[in-house]
Ligand binder design. Structure first.
Ligand SMILES: *Cc1c(COP(=O)(O)O)cnc(C)c1O
Length: 373
């Protein structure tokens, strides 16, 4: 089936839900054994498994084209579990521009634990190849990256990782499975914060990891999911499953609005630079055109006049909401460096924009009045 159809149907069989068109929510944390002691339908205990979680894993597994998927309580704990599935003597290659919280976990938790971590510019394949070591187990890529929107060539980095006997994991949160298919490009694992576009409405926190095929590493992630228990609630699984139904349509609309906003901002005298893969002048444009089916709804903008000018633009917005996160119908704007706090390498005049689904004329007018203020 095509993505649009999978987004609505994959993972839910109405026979399992009393014929309800939308699945019921299974709140029970425990399931009855049969007389012989077996669990007739496989369900046992809420931490180990739950029908709503299984539906979500099946649907997102289908959208990414993976063999297995494990859902978690947040995108961050998904990464944390993947890193815990390694052994401390392993080496990990991580991007120099990656989601700030994951960098904190690597530096403050996993390096003290013993994990060897190299931060490299993953858009530079020579640098990635040079960073590989005999004990490199995992290469991490985030593309487009947060917040610099850097675009990494997934197929090229997959080749480098595999030549060195390592696995490649791609954070596909910005692109979603509608615009980018990391597993088809050679990645072994895909991670999402489902808090963003997959849930799509800023009302559920979650994460998921999807593996192209079951490996020792992905089996260990599954073991940590069941025994560690950083699992999403049935209701949050249900919300994300509902959000996926409109994902293909939402993503196209986010992208159409974002292209118009990027073109407008690129020509504005108060804007120093626009980081958006859809702009032909942007460094990552050619790779993005090759490996993506569109450029998505996220961009970053450098405002002339430094941090103060950037903060005052954010403060003047009326339609855009000044808030962190992204991927919902609401357009959001944020001064990224102040969210990231100490240790941030983000330019002080950078604003990150999540382009929502409001009318484009209202979004452009809002930006115009804020930039002219
Ligand atoms: C938000 C985000 C995360 C972390 O996910 P949470 O659900 O907030 O824990 C990881 N990677 C990227 C690219 C993100 O945007």
């Amino acid at each position: 089936m095509k993505q649009e159809t999978n987004a609505i149907h994959a993972g839910y069989d109405r026979e399992d839900g009393q014929s309800a068109v939308n699945p019921p929510i299974f709140l029970s944390t425990t399931f009855e054994r049969a007389a012989d002691g077996e669990y007739p339908l496989g369900w046992q205990y809420g931490r180990n498994d739950n029908p709503n979680r299984a539906m979500l894993e099946a649907r997102l597994g289908a959208l990414e084209g993976g063999a297995v998927a494990y859902a978690f309580a947040s995108g961050s704990v998904t990464f944390m579990t993947l890193l815990q599935a390694l052994t401390p003597a392993d080496h990990v290659v991580a991007p120099d521009d990656l989601y700030f919280g994951i960098r904190v976990l690597l530096q403050d938790v996993f390096v003290p634990w013993g994990l060897n971590v190299s931060f490299v510019d993953t858009t530079d394949t020579v640098a990635v190849a040079a960073a590989m070591r005999p004990n490199t187990r995992l290469v991490m890529v985030e593309t487009p990256s947060n917040p610099l929107m850097k675009v990494t060539d997934i197929a090229a980095v997959a080749g480098i990782a595999h030549d060195a006997g390592a696995l490649l994991v791609v954070d596909n949160t910005f692109a979603t499975p509608i615009l980018q298919h990391p597993l088809a490009l050679g990645a072994d694992l895909v991670v999402h914060s489902t808090t963003k576009y997959l849930g799509g409405h800023h009302d559920a926190t979650g994460g998921i990891i999807i593996a192209r095929e079951q490996t020792d590493l992905s089996e260990r992630v599954g073991m940590l999911q069941r025994y560690g228990g950083a699992v999403p609630s049935p209701f949050e699984c249900w919300l994300v499953l509902r959000g996926t139904q409109t994902l293909p349509t939402r993503i196209r609309a986010h992208g159409a609005n974002a292209m118009r906003v990027a073109e407008y901002l690129e020509g504005h005298p108060k804007v120093e630079a626009v980081y958006y893969a859809g702009l032909p002048a942007f460094a990552g444009h050619d790779v993005a055109r090759r490996q993506m089916d569109g450029f998505g709804g996220m961009m970053s903008v450098l405002i002339k006049g430094g941090q103060e000018a950037a903060m005052s633009v954010a403060a003047c917005m009326r339609v855009f909401t000044r808030a962190t996160s992204f991927g919902s119908p609401h357009s959001l704007i944020e001064h990224r460096a102040s969210v990231e706090a100490e240790g941030s390498t983000t330019p002080l005049n950078l604003l990150r924009l999540s382009i929502g689904l409001e009318h484009i004329d209202d979004l452009l007018a809002d930006l115009e009045q804020a930039l002219d203020f």
